[in-house]
Design a protein. Structure first.
Lengths: 349, 291
């Protein structure tokens, strides 16, 4: 659609003045956000930002490199537990503990990437799934990790800056998220990103052209795990309390759902999908509180279903989203966006 | 030594439920190349329909069980017809996501209707009775599931080998276009395959239900069955059965001799190790992609 005339045009951040304008508006909005909205919405923004980071990381693996992962809940758990343990047991300051934990997650990603070199399709999905489940089980059974009781997050301070409220944490999290999104965007336009895409599109052809499969596949796993581990470490401070049950298989499925709903293989898609799904996730937690629909659902549950299980409606909704996205718009939100853009560009034809 | 045999026997008993789930998944994977993550939840819905019939409508067992099995066949066929057949352009990842979506819808419906509390399934055989063979104890329920699983496997084998429908299914598995050209209605065959596979899953579910019955009861058997199927090569029915019994026995031995806590993890560790050595499982020929 847009013609690129040279390489620098291809790699530059903002392809036009309009986009940089809207980006500046977004930044302004995000920086004023905590002053305009209630505390709950700030918490919500933090929660969404965490998911955006995970979706960015998972998208590098699933969308760009074409590998399936049902085990990102495991990396997330490694990041969360790693950060907390390094802070409480080893007395690391937060800004060292967080990258260290993310690097540990990246190491696990590298290790998981090794068997993934020879696996594909269902084999890879069961291997990653098994990894995620194993991590959760192991964490839940070892005393050092707090066992079933879980861990409390310690007081958070970076140098002289004490982050006590959600609002403080917001100002740490949002710049980090934007930074990570930019990093992901830059990564996929470099040699590394092109190698990932080549592996996704045709592995054998890529290998023939001289792409080192061993290096780039494990790198994709490691980078993806790094992002997820980072998000996990931050998530521990959003919840302020973590337990093994949080990092279930359902969480891994939700991460995958975000990437798929947003659109595989696009940074915009990952961000949009993560925002939409995590917002829905939070909203659907008290489904009976939704205006109009809530009352109707309550009556329906009382008459035909059970009122105790009403929160499970969110599973049905997420499941339907997964099915319908795959059936009707496999490109996800990105596909919708492209369609709308095309429609207006060529209007009235 | 008695301990050892005891563990092996209960491993075999557990293994038969894994084997049934694994068989069901392999059946579907062979014909339509879909990894059916909804397998467990298809069985779950059928089990809860049985529960509804037995508990609420007070139907006798000899009506409720066949009705549930029939329901599962229709459920499987319906899901293939309504969802999977429509996904013509989806790739492997896309189909995995669709089946995960179906799984979430089904588990959502069941837990919306019944809540998360454990239920007790009325069943003709109590899970606490046990029989003594030699000096090894096996509960009658486990014995029953073993026998049912074995007879189901044998009849499935005979069905695929000798019946016209079974041959048509095998032909569809091998080459769908060629089968279609030979006059086999492949779409109908796919539906029937899903129906049979849901039936097998439902039998497994009904045998698990007396022991534990809550919305998450099929997670573990389904994942272990899947793991077993992958270990056996994902395209080989005997491989899935063999893998399931190996998993069941190793799991129990590990639980008995090493640590009971990590018992449920060991299956996945085995899977990863097996896949590292033989990336296409133990029984499938490794398929090398040609350009």
């Amino acid at each position: 659609m847009d013609m690129k005339r040279d390489y620098y045009e291809d790699i530059q951040f903002f392809s036009s003045g309009v986009i940089s304008f809207w980006f500046a508006v977004l930044i302004l909005f995000l920086s004023l956000f905590p002053f305009c909205f209630k505390n709950y919405y700030v918490y919500m923004a933090n929660y969404i930002a965490i998911n955006v980071i995970v979706a960015l990381g998972l998208n590098i693996l699933v969308g760009y490199t074409g590998q399936i992962s049902l085990g990102h809940g495991g990396f997330f758990a490694i990041g969360a537990y790693g950060t907390l343990l390094l802070m409480t047991k080893a007395q690391f300051p937060f800004w060292i503990a967080l990258p260290c934990a993310a690097l540990i997650a990246a190491l696990f990603g590298f290790l998981l990437g090794l068997p993934a070199l020879r696996l594909e399709g269902p084999y890879l999905s069961i291997a990653t799934l098994g990894f995620g489940l194993t991590i959760t089980q192991v964490i839940g059974r070892i005393e050092l990790f707090g066992g079933r009781q879980g861990l409390h997050a310690p007081e958070l301070s970076i140098g002289p800056w004490h982050l006590t409220s959600d609002r403080d944490f917001y100002y740490l999290l949002i710049p980090l998220t934007i930074l990570l999104a930019m990093m992901a965007r830059n990564l996929v336009t470099t040699k590394v990103g092109r190698a990932f895409i080549a592996i996704r599109d045709a592995e054998i052809a890529a290998e023939t052209m001289g792409v080192n499969i061993l290096f780039y596949k494990t790198l994709a796993f490691a980078v993806s795990a790094f992002y997820t581990g980072l998000a996990g470490g931050l998530y521990a401070f959003v919840l302020r309390y973590i337990e093994p049950e949080v990092f279930s298989l359902f969480m891994s499925i939700m991460f995958l759902l975000m990437v798929v709903v947003g659109g595989l293989g696009s940074i915009f898609g990952a961000v949009a999908g993560a925002c939409l799904i995590s917002w829905l996730d939070l909203e659907l937690r008290n489904i009976l509180g939704i205006p109009y629909v809530g009352v109707w659902l309550e009556a329906l549950s009382k008459n035909y279903f059970s009122i105790t299980g009403v929160s499970n409606i969110q599973f049905i909704i997420f499941g339907l989203i997964m099915i319908f996205i795959m059936l009707f718009e496999p490109l996800g939100l990105l596909g919708f966006w492209i369609r709308i853009k095309k429609y207006w560009k060529t209007w009235p034809f | 030594m008695i301990d050892f045999f005891q563990m092996v026997v209960s491993g075999i008993a557990v293994g038969s439920s894994y084997a049934l789930m694994g068989l069901a998944m392999v059946m579907i994977y062979k014909t339509s190349e879909v990894v059916n993550f909804a397998q467990g939840e298809m069985a779950l819905l059928s089990v809860f329909v049985t529960f509804l019939m037995l508990d609420q409508y007070r139907l006798p067992f000899h009506i409720a069980f066949p009705a549930a099995l029939l329901f599962s066949v229709f459920l499987g066929a319906f899901l293939e017809f309504a969802v999977l057949r429509r996904a013509t352009e989806a790739n492997v990842l896309g189909r995995i996501i669709i089946t995960i979506g179906m799984e979430m819808v089904l588990i959502g419906i069941v837990s919306w209707k019944f809540g998360a509390d454990p239920k007790t399934m009325p069943f003709p055989i109590s899970p606490y009775d046990s029989a003594e063979i030699g000096s090894v104890y096996i509960s009658t329920l486990e014995l029953l599931s073993l026998l049912i699983a074995l007879s189901l496997m044998i009849s499935l084998f005979l069905f695929l080998k000798f019946s016209r429908l079974g041959m048509a299914m095998k032909a569809t598995q091998q080459n769908r276009t060629a089968a279609r050209l030979m006059g086999i209605p492949t779409n109908r065959i796919l539906m029937i395959t899903w129906g049979i596979s849901a039936f097998i899953g439902c039998v497994a579910g009904l045998l698990i239900a007396p022991v534990t019955m809550q919305p998450y009861m099929m997670w573990d058997p389904m994942l272990k069955g899947f793991a077993a199927a992958v270990m056996g090569g994902m395209t080989s029915l005997p491989g899935a059965i063999f893998g399931a019994y190996i998993l069941g026995i190793t799991e129990n031995l590990f639980g008995g001799y090493v640590s009971i806590e990590f018992k449920s993890v060991v299956a996945f560790v085995i899977i990863v190790i097996v896949l590292c050595i033989k990336p296409s499982g133990l029984f499938a020929r490794h398929y090398v992609k040609k350009v």
